[in-house]
Design a protein around this ligand. Structure first.
Ligand SMILES: [Zn+2]
Length: 452
């Protein structure tokens, strides 16, 4: 049957639709209810069966159980029956400006103009769809970092909430990387560079190669950042980077060392123990970014995951083709040639750090060669549980609660608690028994909006 424009039924339907739309616009934010799943709230206690989570607007209104917490009439009910429900994940070490391409020199020459409009938004969206509702971006051009972060926060583009460092602070930028690496020469310059970043509005300062800087420059960077309320994240590739970082008061170290040295020297572990014993300065955080190293040889020999199109999201066909050709021979990438020699040392280093009392955080370095934003984070959790023997609850807290504390955002995110932003994910099955289920999340809610 054909309808004409003057069909009265059609006209009244259209009127009803208009009325409904305007009603919606006037009504206060609708309530969503996530009902039925087992809630792991991020605090580490026993999971809550048959959970009910009420979301009003961007925030969690109430958390309870079926039978005791009523779902208000008119709420949008989303069933989480049969699922694990948990705070949205954090990835504490990502690189939005790269997407797995193997040749950095080529990338840094070819794509800077596309960082802000295409590449960084694509990375942030890929993270979000993977259940990562918050990510710390450690090293990118300043203006692009701030613009992408702010567009996401304003709801203009979909993406994980990002906390940005802007450019790396280091002794000297490597040739061709001046856009996102700032060198410092002298104490005054160190302070001025940090002040410039703080004034622009970054969330964290990223310090690297501090073993090549004068000690008073390192102190100036950390002191100036702390005076502005910004945490300092520093590389720990070499023992002297750790010694200097600790002496200057760095809050969070990254990585487990580029070398194949079998373990951390005793004096370094001793210095870490002294730092972790000093309660006044809060926990010493460490982001080992370990899965890419542990999984490299497996991926080299079983590269099917590289064909998963989840990492194409948001990228142009030309960029995708360029990345694909660069990783066509996973075994030939210079980046990973020493990795097989490093792999056997990783568990020892990881456990040395844990035994010295650091609080470990989940982060991946995603964006580096073959490591995609859509696939990295769950693999870090999986590696901790299934290769390094960390219990699943501790691992989940290292990707939820503790990152929010490290970024001073725990009033707003990190657990499923009334009053916080509704950053919540759900996945079919029991993640405390099978952590790898996190590779395929069923529900992603960020600030009350459902993205998956
Ligand atoms: Zn990194």
């Amino acid at each position: 049957m054909q309808r004409t424009r003057s069909d009265p039924r059609l006209r009244s339907a259209a009127l009803l639709l208009c009325a409904a739309v305007s009603l919606n616009a006037q009504r206060p934010a609708t309530v969503k209810a996530l009902v039925g799943g087992t809630l792991i709230d991020g605090f580490g206690g026993p999971p809550i069966r048959n959970s009910v989570i009420l979301i009003e607007g961007e925030r969690i209104k109430d958390v309870g159980q079926a039978g005791t917490l009523a779902v208000p009439a008119g709420a949008e009910v989303i069933s989480t029956d049969g699922m694990s429900v948990l705070p949205g994940l954090w990835d504490m070490h990502v690189h939005l400006m790269i997407n797995g391409h193997a040749d950095y020199a080529h990338w840094d020459k070819t794509y800077p103009a596309l960082f802000e409009p295409v590449i960084m938004p694509a990375s942030a969206k890929q993270l979000l769809l993977a259940g990562v509702t918050s990510a710390r971006d450690l090293g990118a051009p300043l203006e692009a970092s701030l613009a992408v972060r702010d567009r996401i926060n304003a709801g203009k583009i979909p993406g994980a909430t990002v906390y940005v460092s802007g450019p790396f602070i280091q002794h000297e930028p490597y040739p061709g990387t001046e856009l996102f690496r700032w060198g410092v020469s002298g104490v005054d310059d160190a302070r001025a560079k940090v002040r410039k970043l703080a004034d622009a509005g970054v969330d964290v300062i990223k310090l690297i190669d501090q073993d090549q800087m004068a000690m008073d420059e390192v102190r100036a960077v950390v002191d100036e950042a702390h005076a502005r309320g910004l945490p300092v994240v520093a590389h720990s590739h070499r023992p002297e980077e750790i010694r200097r970082g600790l002496a200057a008061g760095v809050d969070n170290f990254e990585h487990t060392g580029l070398s194949s040295a079998p373990e951390y020297p005793e004096d370094v572990i001793q210095a870490i123990r002294e730092r972790t014993a000093s309660m006044a300065r809060g926990p010493l955080f460490w982001t080992p970014t370990i899965e890419g190293l542990l999984n490299y040889e497996y991926l080299r020999d079983n590269p099917e995951a590289l064909d998963n199109t989840s990492w194409h999201e948001g990228l142009t066909p030309e960029i995708i083709a360029d990345i694909r050709q660069s990783i066509a021979h996973p075994g030939r990438l210079p980046y990973f040639q020493l990795t097989p020699a490093r792999r056997p040392t990783l568990a020892r280093k990881f456990h040395q750090l844990r035994e010295a009392g650091v609080v470990m955080l989940v982060g991946t370095d995603s964006g580096i060669p073959m490591k995609f934003h859509s696939q990295s984070t769950w693999q870090e959790l999986d590696a901790w549980v299934n290769i390094l023997g960390v219990d699943p609850m501790t691992t989940i807290r290292a990707a939820t609660y503790w990152p929010s504390v490290a970024m001073k955002a725990d009033r707003d995110v990190g657990t499923v608690t009334p009053g916080k932003y509704a950053d919540i994910i759900a996945v079919k099955g029991d993640v405390l028994r099978h952590i790898a289920l996190l590779q395929r999340v069923d529900i992603v809610v960020k600030r009350g909006t459902r993205y998956r």
